[in-house]
Write a protein that binds this ligand. Sequence first.
Ligand SMILES: [Zn+2]
Length: 66
Amino acid sequence: MAKIEDKAKAYVIQCLACGATCSIDKEIIIGLHKGIYNECQFEIDHSHLMIKGYCKRCQESVLESS
Ligand SMILES: [Zn+2]
């Protein structure tokens, strides 16, 4: 098994509403990977890891419409 640190590179979170992206700190990805492994004994497929969410600007409009 290759080191998690070597796999965890440029991950981004993308806004579902406007498409804005933000890079995610490597340490957060490593923590996520370890947490998931501890919980489910699953290895994340790093080639498909894309986190989705809502950026700060869009959170207000999403909350208003719900
Ligand atoms: Zn947005």
